[in-house]
Design a protein. Structure first.
Length: 252
């Protein structure tokens, strides 16, 4: 019995360790913010170099007592590992990859676009700004990570956001929640409410020809409402669905 318990404990330990992904060529670092610790990975981040930051999509609950969600797909993580850009970071969302007492399903469900979520992620980026003297940043956001990327882009100070790239991106959080019949917090951030600020930031929005999760018309409606955008493109990939983006070569 004792041997069985030891083996079971060891198996659980291995499972816990294996649950934190390894990104080839990246250095993993948990970063403590105001209320939570965020998982981050960095590759070749150097002072004064433009940093490209990847943010992944939404997640679901694995159990009633879950303290960590399960991503529907790790598309941004896959794309980051394929990217040959000189300086890259992957920024985990609150409670992704790391179990913590403050983490509850409401954080990654109704609260996935809460202002507090954006603030926690902004804290990490600002720490990178200070550490590496960053002058330029660009974002690549997938699914719900697109909404967070756009929201972060309008809130950062003392750094130039040169571009936001979205992949199968949720750009209007209210419209998306209504489409999926989901609940989100009333004060959730919504890029569709910040169109004037976003018009000054170059954007590329990739949409999948076979994506039934985020219809192309949602992206078209968002772009159509941007007042005099400095640069915005919609790029349709005919054979892309909502999750198979890593198999395509994306030009950004």
């Amino acid at each position: 019995m004792k041997k069985f318990l030891l083996c079971s404990a060891f198996a659980l330990l291995l499972t816990a360790c294996a649950s934190t992904p390894k990104m080839e060529g990246f250095t993993y670092q948990p970063v403590k913010t105001r209320n939570v610790t965020l998982a981050t990975w960095r590759k070749h981040v150097k002072p004064f170099k433009k940093l490209r930051i990847y943010i992944d999509g939404n997640a679901h609950t694995t159990g009633l007592m879950s303290k960590r969600p399960q991503m529907y797909a790790d598309v941004a993580m896959q794309l980051a590992q394929k990217d040959t850009f000189p300086s890259i970071a992957y920024l985990g969302r609150p409670c992704y990859f790391i179990e913590q007492d403050v983490c509850k399903p409401i954080v990654w469900e109704e609260g996935k676009y809460a202002p507090e979520v954006v603030d926690e992620m902004k804290d990490v980026i600002q720490s990178w700004q200070k550490k590496y003297n960053l002058k330029e940043i660009e974002f690549v956001g997938y699914d719900g990570g697109a909404a967070l990327a756009l929201s972060l882009a309008t809130r950062l100070r003392n750094v130039k956001v040169t571009r936001v790239v979205t992949i199968a991106g949720i750009l209007d959080t209210k419209t998306d929640a209504m489409y999926r019949d989901e609940d989100i917090m009333l004060d959730s951030v919504n890029p569709a409410n910040e169109l004037y600020l976003l018009s000054a930031i170059p954007q590329i929005h990739y949409v999948g020809g076979k994506d039934k999760v985020v219809p192309m018309v949602f992206t078209q409606n968002f772009v159509r409402k941007l007042p005099n955008p400095v640069s915005v493109q919609i790029k349709r990939v005919p054979n892309a669905d909502h999750e198979n983006w890593a198999q395509f070569k994306l030009d950004y």
